[in-house]
Design a protein around this ligand. Sequence first.
Ligand code: UDP
Ligand code: MG
Length: 321
Amino acid sequence: MNKPPILAVVIPCYNEEEILESTINRLLEVIDELNCSDIISRESFIYLVDDGSTDRTFQIIKNFHEKYPQRVKAISFIKNFGNQKAILAGLLEIRKFNFDCCITIDADLQQDETKISEFIQKYREGNELVYGIKNERNDTSFLKKICAMSFYKLMNILGVKTYANHSEYRLVSKNLIDVLSKYCEHNIFLRGIFQEICNKPAIVYYDVKKRMAGTSKFSLFDLFSLAIQGITSFSTVPLRLVTFTGLLISLLSFLFGFSVIIEKLLHLSLIDVPGWATIVVAICFTGGIQIFCIGIIGEYMGQIFTEVKSRPRYIIETELK
Ligand code: UDP
Ligand code: MG
């Protein structure tokens, strides 16, 4: 680990025309600085994945590639496949080139790029995986904080060990990317996969900056979908909960039925008021639980459905090597 490693910086981009030029320039600057200080090799490069943008994103990438063909490489997708697949494609496709480790970072540079040297330092100390963990931001809304905290707590309860506040800003060694390539699933939740292939990652803490331009490409619905994807692709505990809920309700109904028979036999009349409210509440409650349970099972069926079709996980339109 004494030789400066060749670093590949993978950036997923979706409609980032407002910000991409300054991001690429800034990252080239960081790579130059690190190269001058002998922290990384001069062969290091940036690898952009255009995730089916409909704006000028790919044109900007092309211009940079023409100017710096060795330092800026890219692929573009035929359509939008989503952030997880864009990152996955970047990680898998850079294997065509010579590199030692890779850092994934967002195109808006909200993640502090000056920390890249710390990532490399941890890599050179022998760590194959380095997670970027966000420092708490005071301006994050209370609702977002609660949602994020509950998600990580729930994941841990369901047996999916993930680090709280960790994002897609991470360093991965070439070896681990080879292991990642053996994961052929379509429903990708990279945080879970990396946790599975290396459970002792090193950590770099960083501050999250505000987006300089453009808007977030993740709606609350996208975040919710990612959370469900994370849970359903790494834990079957919800299915077990469905079974236990069914068993519990059946047991309670049995006990209730049994008590009614005893009452009748002993000519006790404990329920003397026709309890329509109780019945309606009970029906609604069990109905709700049933629909919720069917929903959970449906989520898993949906996962199986997309997995068995075995369609390509992404389709590359153009490659700038
Ligand atoms: N992104 C992508 N495909 C998508 C949505 C987002 O490649 O369908 C990229 C986006 O260009 C950015 C990164 O994923 O580089 C994170 O997106 P964003 O900054 O919008 O997310 P946020 O920071 O709001 O969570
Ligand atoms: Mg962002």
